[in-house]
Ligand binder design. Structure first.
Ligand code: SF4
Length: 339
């Protein structure tokens, strides 16, 4: 029987997703793109974990591997279903995956392409309910209720997606994700495609729903300011690895990894009188197919020493709270956070 601490919904260990690089007529494997490289993370019931990093850092591949939208190369993905049973998502076959799918629902990045334009809202939101065998009279009531929960008029269920704004479409996507009372909601950059003016409304909704319904989120974002509002814990990813993981406020006030500090510096300050942190990221993330002996952030890090280029830092705890960081110089650097 599989076991994990009682308070956890999700417990991922040693997750890897490598894509083979093939060359020549015989398609010989000449190397691997290490899109996700030994990721460990846990999400407690009713809490939110933010996965943050630049585009290409592996955060979406991590989420897709957890969901089994793609097959991981290695690792365990322990997931507690809503009936309390624990499964290892990495070991499930297609039939078993179909049975557990309703317990992990996803809110997609693009509310324009994620809703079928040929279906009315009723059928879009009822899709997971129909899979569970709900009859029309029952699912119509449920859709009406869900529309109200996400702040839309229930009379909208007969309309088609084109009749809605981006923010309204994302509310419909959230209603669809909540239809079957999932144990975990994976939100993949749920506000990044929206106008800035409606982003805050959708974030408010996501936060309110969590408080009212006790939802558990795995929240993916490239923008640290978004996760600060939503998440209890944040994992910062760089080149397929978690480089820092901490309680959200601790991470913002006291970042220990130069990459986190640089991401924080890129977040505009709400107060124009506060000094700019003065540190911004330059250069691109190195190619994930290149074998790197030392710290993967070294080519972009202003604090890099010789050891950084020779030896990869491990993710280790720092201090007396649950703050972990992969940096040789974490104990000596005084990095700037935000208040
Ligand atoms: Fe920078 Fe070295 Fe720390 Fe890597 S290990 S983040 S190169 S100081």
């Amino acid at each position: 029987m599989l076991e994990m601490p009682d308070d956890l919904i999700l417990h991922v260990t040693g997750l890897k997703k490598y894509y083979p690089i093939t060359t020549g007529f015989l398609q010989k494997v000449s190397g691997y793109v290490r899109a996700v490289d030994d990721v460990n993370l846990s999400v407690p019931q009713g809490q939110s974990l933010g996965l943050v990093g630049e585009s290409g850092c592996g955060k979406t591949t991590t989420a897709r591997s957890i969901l089994r939208a793609i097959d991981p190369t290695e690792g365990e993905i322990y997931f507690r279903l809503s009936d309390g049973k624990i499964v290892d998502m990495s070991k499930l076959n297609a039939k078993q995956l179909k049975e557990v799918r309703s317990d992990i629902q996803m809110v997609f990045q693009d509310p324009f392409s994620s809703l079928n334009p040929r279906l009315p809202v009723l059928d879009i939101i009822a899709e997971p309910l129909k899979v569970q065998g709900w009859k029309r009279n029952k699912y119509e009531n449920r859709v009406s209720e869900l529309l109200q929960v996400v702040g839309l008029n229930s009379s909208y269920m007969r309309r088609y997606p084109h009749a809605f704004s981006g923010g309204q479409r994302q509310r419909i996507g959230i209603a669809r994700a909540l239809a079957v009372n999932p144990a975990l909601v994976v939100a993949d950059e749920p506000v990044s495609a929206l106008d800035v003016s409606v982003q805050a409304q959708i974030l408010n909704l996501i936060k309110e729903l969590q408080e009212e319904m006790g939802l558990t989120y795995l929240f993916i974002a490239h923008d640290l300011s978004v996760v600060r509002y939503i998440c209890d814990t944040v994992a910062v990813m760089y080149l397929g690895k978690i480089v820092e993981l901490a309680d959200t406020e601790d991470l913002f006030i006291n970042p220990l990894h130069p990459y986190t500090s640089a991401l924080l510096a890129a977040v505009p300050d709400a107060d124009p009188h506060q000094p700019w942190l003065g540190q911004t990221l330059s250069g691109e993330i190195p190619d994930a197919s290149t074998k790197i002996d030392g710290c993967p952030f070294a080519p972009r890090c202003e604090y890099a020493l010789d050891i950084c280029r020779k030896q990869a830092p491990l993710l280790n705890p720092m201090g007396d709270n649950e703050h972990t960081v992969a940096c040789h110089r974490a104990s000596e650097l005084e990095l700037k956070g935000v208040v």
